[in-house]
Write a protein that binds this ligand. Structure first.
Ligand code: GRF
Length: 185
């Protein structure tokens, strides 16, 4: 089974998935919508083919996603793992990969959805946050939750120390959930 990881940023979750071992799928493509993103460097280092597609090159989101779906189908991709892909998934991609798109988010959803889940939880002054893996729907971080893991916010945490612990949990949880979900399908 072939899968693609979608990333817009540094790609540390992509790398963690690549290095996890014993996955029931092979990551045969990194899709990146941000030219020059760190994830692309990692893919090159890890020997994973990259599809860099900038949405700006297309007349609208539908055209972008249709081009994406065409390429994914040509590559035989069956699953999509979003890992810091900073874009809502539209009907074209959702329709082509129904219940086959997962996302990771650095908070205990439904709390603190959006682009800065870590910072928003930190500033809210809660003493506990975490990581969520969920199926993707049309909303922002709203699809059915698959698994969550809590991370305590400690009295002398800064955003940076908290982020570091959250990322560590992310890097364990994503491969774990990929194993579980794909094994039971
Ligand atoms: C992660 O915190 C992920 O939960 C969020 O975006 C961040 C991506 O980090 N959706 P990286 O690019 O995997 O390092």
């Amino acid at each position: 089974v072939k899968a693609a990881v979608f990333a817009s940023g540094s790609g540390s979750n992509f790398e963690a998935i690549m290095k996890a071992g014993e996955l029931p799928c092979e990551i045969t493509l990194l899709v990146c919508d941000k030219p020059g993103a760190g994830a692309v460097e990692r893919a090159k280092r890890l020997g994973v083919p990259v599809l860099e597609l900038s949405p700006k090159q297309f007349k609208d989101k539908a055209a972008y996603e249709q081009a994406l779906v065409k390429r994914l189908r040509e590559e035989g991709i069956e699953w999509i793992f979003l890992a810091g892909y900073m874009r809502l998934i539209g009907p074209d991609l959702l329709g082509a990969y129904e219940n086959r798109i997962l996302n990771i988010h650095p908070s205990l959803l439904p709390d603190f959805p959006g682009a800065d889940g870590i910072g928003d939880a930190f500033r809210a002054g809660v003493n506990k946050t975490g990581v969520t893996i969920h199926y993707v729907d049309a909303g922002m971080d709203t699809g059915p939750i698959i698994k969550q893991r809590e991370v305590d916010i400690l009295p002398n945490d800064t955003i940076d120390t908290l982020a570091e612990r959250i990322h560590k949990v992310e890097h364990e949880l994503y491969p774990e959930v990929i194993r579980e979900v794909l094994t039971h399908k």
